[in-house]
Design a protein. Structure first.
Length: 723
């Protein structure tokens, strides 16, 4: 189980003291145990056994000493550690059973901090309690990982050494939770924020109320700085924490000597993500970690109601941006999160007490023993990544749910993902090209859209060697022109740019790239409009704006054309003034040359610079108009669609437009498979017999998402092969 994420969240090689001068330094330990013989594990332990370490008390800075023993599961009380390995080099010397055992430095730091409280108690830590050099033992123990954590008296989450002023940061997170209380009580597994009672930190009166709770409005203040350091820890990016925390009966978080609850750490992150203003206190990495913390909370809530996740695919999608050093652990680390399906208590519930959602799950899922056997069969470190991914994709083969399961998997394919390797193109790797990638599968969940999902029409079979997927389909169009990938800057949508943490020059450059990309998409549409007889340029442009929103409606009273133009004008203003803030108006109008630059930037983007206020010398009027412009631009940004990110805009040979996967290029084709209306981008493969294609991923084709393609009898129906 080579699990921790040094290749996922890259750590600096500098020490804690170097990165955070306010933090404590870790004393160097002398090599006291160098003369001892190297530690050797005894016989391989069985699935009904567990190794536990008994930690010896020691003075601060001294080397760690513990005994490692084997116990039958359930026979001893213990505490399980949840931590990040960091750099997976065993560079710290410990004494284990009278022998010398090298362990990773972060585990050494954790045990050093914990030994005063947990001395002479049993602990479980994967790096030493599982023989990491024995793949067979690793596979057996990973299969029992859920019970390892659920059987523990407590799960102790070690975030790391104290940084800056941890106590101050924890107090702020506690006050933040109090200022925005959960409507279902404080238990993190029932966290629910009632939108009607929110105190949004964006108005003077509400800011004042929040400060009464002890939540400062100055996001650069010491409390916010201290809280932000807590979310710098690599623990938040680890994939293995998902089962460790969700399966815990009782959980505590430790930062240095400070101890708190998941309600404060995870609950604090949840609130920071919910309120955009709070996100400005964090840097890019800290924001990503808070986003991942929200996924942890979602899984913990699903443990209370297992039918919230109907399949392994749902969980893999929810957790796709967590990392692991062994690519296979992307699957192994979450597979036991299917606890709702493997818990016999769920199956003992009388059917008449099940909701419709529960009934569907219980009807379409194998028995608990069968599911547990599937888990046992899947988790095997002797298997290649390719074989593991294929097994997950085919997990429902032989059941009535297999065709819709395969279509769901196809919606999650992203061939730009770094793990694509040699797996067939129709097999998802569960690693995506964009941090904001969203599956289009959600389009099928509209109960009013009967044409989206017709199981009876689906025809799918897999070749004996599990490399080719046969399906009946319609190839209906070809990509004629395609844009560059969506410009995402730091990986967040345009609305969430953290200009306080970025240099002004970088933020201004972001606006330049964003606006030019948007104009390029518009030009693609205008070019297609000229080639399609009877299409007015204005109506085609309005269609583009609807497509830009994935067909979703704009906010009421918002003129999308005017908002689009205002957004570009505002980008021109930011570029002309050289300042990213919406409050740059006064600086802009203080510079006469900036007005000229503004006009030039507008003409570059084929947009009129006309704006009341630019024709007058009265700065007050100009400032009022600039503020209004910024407000309209903000309204445009609030209508952004996250589904676009990680995709490219395209126009087709037949005048269609939409969004295709990152890997798509000019000449690729569009198809629909029988029984499912969402189109897919595909690429013809010349080798071999028959219609062979490589699947590139699900696509949004404007006004062709509701089964319209199947109504065109002129299009050929045929069986194709995905390889």
């Amino acid at each position: 189980m080579t699990k921790r994420s040094n290749d996922s969240i890259q750590e600096s090689t500098t020490t804690t003291a170097e990165r955070h001068p306010q933090g404590p330094s870790i004393p160097r330990r002398s090599w006291l145990y160098s003369t001892l013989p190297p530690f050797k594990y005894g016989p391989r332990i069985r699935s009904d056994q567990i190794r536990l370490l008994k930690l010896a008390l020691g003075s601060p800075g001294s080397a760690i000493s513990f005994d490692l023993i084997v116990r039958d599961r359930g026979s001893s009380k213990y505490h399980a550690l949840s931590y990040a390995w960091g750099i997976p080099i065993r560079n710290r010397e410990t004494k284990c059973n009278g022998q010398r055992l090298m362990i990773p430095s972060r585990l050494d730091n954790a045990l050093s901090s914990l030994r005063e409280k947990y001395a002479d108690e049993y602990l479980w830590a994967d790096a030493v309690c599982i023989n990491q050099n024995d793949d067979e033992e690793k596979s057996v123990q990973v299969r029992r990982m859920a019970s390892t954590y659920s059987d523990a008296e407590s799960v102790v989450v070690w975030l790391g050494e104290e940084l800056y002023d941890t106590a101050l940061g924890l107090r702020l997170l506690e006050k933040l939770c109090a200022a925005h209380p959960s409507a279902n009580g404080d238990d993190i597994r029932n966290l629910y924020l009632d939108e009607t009672s929110y105190l949004f930190p964006d108005g003077p009166e509400q800011v004042s109320q929040l400060e009464e709770f002890g939540v400062p409005s100055d996001l650069s203040s010491d409390p916010w700085r201290a809280a932000s350091f807590i979310f710098s820890e690599t623990w938040f990016g680890r994939r293995w924490i998902l089962q460790e925390v969700t399966n815990a009966r009782h959980c505590v978080f430790r930062v240095g000597s400070h101890e708190t609850s998941p309600d404060i750490i995870l609950g604090g992150a949840y609130r920071i993500v919910r309120f955009v203003n709070y996100r400005q206190a964090l840097d890019d990495l800290q924001r990503r970690h808070c986003d991942l913390a929200v996924s942890i909370v979602q899984l913990m809530r699903a443990e209370q109601e297992p039918w919230l996740h109907e399949s392994l695919a749902d969980i893999l999608l929810e957790t796709s941006f967590f990392k692991s050093s062994d690519a296979r652990d992307r699957i192994f680390a979450v597979v036991v999160c299917l606890k709702g399906f493997t818990d016999p208590a769920f199956w003992k519930t009388p059917r008449k007490q099940l909701t419709n959602a529960q009934w569907e799950v219980s009807e379409s899922t194998s028995s608990p023993s069968e599911m547990l056997q599937k888990v046992d069969d899947l988790v095997d470190y002797k298997k290649s990544l390719r074989d593991v991914l294929i097994e997950v994709a085919l997990c429902e083969q032989g059941t009535d749910e297999f065709p819709p399961s395969m279509v769901r998997n196809m919606c999650y394919v992203d061939v730009q993902g770094p793990l694509a390797g040699d797996a067939p193109s129709w097999v998802p790797t569960w690693q995506f090209s964009s941090p904001l990638w969203a599956s289009l599968y959600m389009e099928t969940e509209d109960p009013l859209n009967d044409g989206m999902y017709d199981i009876e029409q689906m025809e799918m079979t897999v070749s004996r060697d599990k490399t080719i997927l046969h399906t009946k389909a319609i190839i209906f169009d070809k990509i004629e022109e395609i844009s560059e990938p969506t410009p995402e800057g730091d990986g967040l949508s345009f609305t969430y740019y953290n200009t306080d943490k970025r240099t002004e020059a970088a933020a201004v450059e972001d606006r330049r790239v964003e606006s030019r990309w948007l104009v390029k998409c518009r030009h693609m549409v205008e070019e297609r409009a000229e080639e399609v007889p009877g299409e007015a340029e204005e109506s085609h442009f309005r269609t583009f704006l609807d497509c830009y929103r994935f067909g979703a409606e704009f906010e009421e009273d918002l003129n999308p054309v005017a908002a689009y133009e205002a957004y570009l004008r505002h980008c021109a203003m930011i570029r002309a003034s050289g300042h990213p803030s919406y409050q740059s108006s006064r600086r802009f109008y203080d510079q006469l040359e900036a007005v000229t630059s503004y006009r030039n930037r507008c003409w570059e983007m084929d947009i009129s610079p006309e704006q009341p206020g630019l024709q007058t010398d009265e700065n007050s009027t100009a400032l009022e108009d600039a503020t209004e412009l910024a407000g309209v631009a903000t309204a445009w940004e609030n209508n952004e669609q996250d589904q676009r990110y990680g995709r490219r805009f395209f126009t087709s040979e037949n005048g269609r437009m939409g969004w295709v996967p990152m890997a798509a290029k000019r000449g690729d084709e569009l198809c629909v498979v029988f029984g499912f209306a969402i189109p897919f981008a595909v690429r013809k493969v010349d080798a071999g017999d028959g219609d062979r294609y490589r699947l590139l991923g699900a696509s949004y084709v404007h006004q062709a998402m509701d089964g319209e393609i199947f109504l065109d009898d002129r299009l050929e129906r045929r069986t194709i092969q995905f390889v």
